[in-house]
Design a protein around this ligand. Sequence first.
Ligand SMILES: Cc1ncc(COP(=O)(O)O)c(C=O)c1O
Length: 404
Amino acid sequence: MNLNHINYPTPFLLVDLDKVRQKYQMLRAALPGVEIFYAMKPNPESRIIATLLDEGCGIEVASPAELCQVLSLGARPSQIITSNPIKAPSFLRALHTHGVNRMAFDSPIEVDKIAHYAPGSHVYLRLKTDNTGAEWPLSDKFGVDVAEAPDLLRYAADKGLRPFGLTFHVGSQCLNPHNWAIALQNCAQVMERVAGELPIEVINLGGGLPVAYGRAIPTLTEITTTINEARHRLFGNQIRFQIEPGRFLVGDTAVLAASVIGKARRNDNHWLYLDVGIYNGLFDTIENFAYEMDFDVEPGRPYARFTIAGPSCDSMDKLFTNHPIPDLQVGERLYVQNAGAYTTAIAGHFNGFPPPAVIYTDDLPSHPVDNGLAGVTDQTFLEKSVNPANPVQKKPKFGFIESN
Ligand SMILES: Cc1ncc(COP(=O)(O)O)c(C=O)c1O
């Protein structure tokens, strides 16, 4: 892949909206009859949301800001749900005002709040479920056991809400298809316990579908075959299904471009510093997400093992340890693959290092991005500004080369 021609200062995230469409269509085909809501937290870029709305996808929102954004993009209330089990009163008021009346809960106090601020809402109960095999487990924070569920559903009904569904989250980047089958089995048990009393109409299959980060992952077909088999076996045509993927719809639709801003040798370790770190783009590396990287260097460039770190002065800001990559020089770029989820969405400005700009493949041919900085890479900056008489050498004087 050659992206060095993109004349835009790093860091930037290059998003391919056609791929977003393809991911949505792939999921629709794999889960017939299942309504899809994009859980927008992994990448809330408006053009991504508009693309998915245009495809007929719904949106899962978790905060007032997400709600406002989605409404401003033209989503109808019937296209919006919220699966955040704990909602601030202001959020509940906003949901009610805008007619968004499907939401998750998992505690009696949440029922009281919903009944007060968004009376009559249709509510679905978040169940606890096994997150084993998920690279980013979630289930401690939310959800109730099967045994607690019937009373909580009854309590919601007593308070004038309509407890119409169940949901769960098998853990983000879930590599264990069996988790969905276990969770569906839990839903079946809850339904059995309230049968004839409370009509459960919908099961929301949550998020968790993975994308590839350099390790083997189950295919979409492996996961959806497990889901489809379990839902048909346990429920037949009795109820409707929804799913709210985040990472799956956007994760492998974008590439993150970063530049080398420094190198150092410390004892026996070789360090390489990028303009992106955990605080401004690659947060998931704290859970050892092994992003694949691409390099635009001449064939035969020797490889070396580096500890790769972000630009901030914080010692936690380390991305990969002892990682073999071509021996890049200051000013050269690398491209982090499948970086569309939980990157720019989480990135902050810690230590003054900005989040990556988001640009789109659509814009590249017809409207080259020009923010006045085009062509000013770190490399040319060094060559032209710092030492015009002595441009930066391709091979550092005290550098090292280790052949692979
Ligand atoms: C309630 C809920 N639904 C969906 C998602 C999306 O999960 P993922 O990105 O793993 O698909 C999340 C992520 O945290 C979530 O909390």
